[in-house]
Write a new protein. Structure first.
Length: 306
């Protein structure tokens, strides 16, 4: 039900349609205007066609998993919880009410979301688009029309990886086909050139559009891919980076919201996102065990009395 709520965002709808359109357009141009004219009758046509389509299939599979997976929504309580006492104590510091002050073992870092009206575990944040709190929320991404959180970050990064690969591959194929075309035109006869003149412009237009698309998406995903890896190995989501920077800038800050995580090895942090299986499995949108051994189970209500 919550997943359907995410899809109400019009910007997310447009980005999803744009993503599917860009993928199918790239496939159409590569097959119709790159592989068939330049490699027709050669084994390279089948080889490049197969590899390119496998990359696109993996891209779409990872994208679908990122779109339709639960990013890690904090469950809502079955019965409404009265937070009026906590709110009055907290001086209304945004929507966050720390329950760490209650000094109950096991509840450090838990906060209250006044929008969801529930308790949320450490590192969970409220997404205004999804209208829910998301565990280890990274950001809300319109390209997947979903939040990037603890449970779907792996699929999101895989989607970025395959988009980058598809962009690079299509750039290389277009450039090589263009070079081949220029060479064959120089060597070819004038009659054939005159015959193909109208479609030649169309082919060049498709090459330019696909090159621009590949460069734009390629650079875009490369930057986000890098940011994602940095946020994993530093164990700090962009929201936490921003919050920690703000807390640092505040003089005499004593509020307990500045959370410092225990330093873990980089490989352990990567395994928390990509799963505990073989590194080869990191490349595929397969379900992996939850980040913590034995699984994380968050209840809507932590185990203490308010
Ligand atoms: Zn919330
Ligand atoms: Zn969201």
């Amino acid at each position: 039900m919550a997943a359907f709520r995410c899809r109400r965002d019009p910007c997310g709808f447009i980005c999803l349609i744009l993503t599917y359109f860009s993928v199918f357009y790239a496939d159409y141009v590569v097959i119709q205007y790159v592989l068939i004219p330049a490699y027709s009758g050669s084994v390279w046509c089948t080889l490049h066609g197969s590899v390119f389509n496998i990359i696109l299939l993996l891209l779409l599979a990872c994208h679908s998993k990122a779109v339709f997976s639960d990013p890690g929504m904090v469950p809502l309580p079955e019965t409404a919880i009265d937070f009026s006492d906590l709110r009055s104590q907290s001086n209304r510091l945004n929507d966050r009410v720390s329950v760490a002050d209650l000094s109950t073992p096991g509840c450090e870092g838990w906060t209250v979301c006044s929008r969801c009206e529930t308790y949320r575990p450490p590192r969970a944040h409220h997404c205004r688009v999804c209208q829910r709190c998301i565990r280890r929320m990274d950001h809300h991404c319109p390209w997947i029309n979903n939040c990037v959180g603890e449970l779907n970050q792996k699929y999101f990064i895989q989607f970025l990886f395959y988009t980058g690969m598809a962009s690079l591959y299509s750039m290389a194929l277009v450039v090589s086909a263009w070079v081949w075309r220029i060479r064959s035109e120089r060597e070819g006869d004038g009659d054939k050139e005159g015959e193909e003149a109208p479609s030649k412009h169309l082919i060049v237009a498709h090459y330019i559009i696909l090159l621009v698309e590949s460069i734009l998406f390629g650079v875009f995903v490369l930057v986000i891919f890098y940011d994602q890896l940095v946020s994993i190995i530093t164990d700090e989501t962009p929201i936490e980076q921003m919050r920690n920077r703000l807390m640092k800038d505040k003089p005499n800050n004593t509020h307990p919201t500045h959370i410092t995580h225990t330093r873990k090895p980089k490989i352990a942090l990567l395994r928390e996102v990509f799963g505990r299986g073989s590194i080869i499995c990191w490349l595929f949108p397969l379900h992996s065990s939850p980040p913590s051994a034995g699984g994380i189970s968050y209840s809507a209500l932590p185990d203490y009395d308010v």
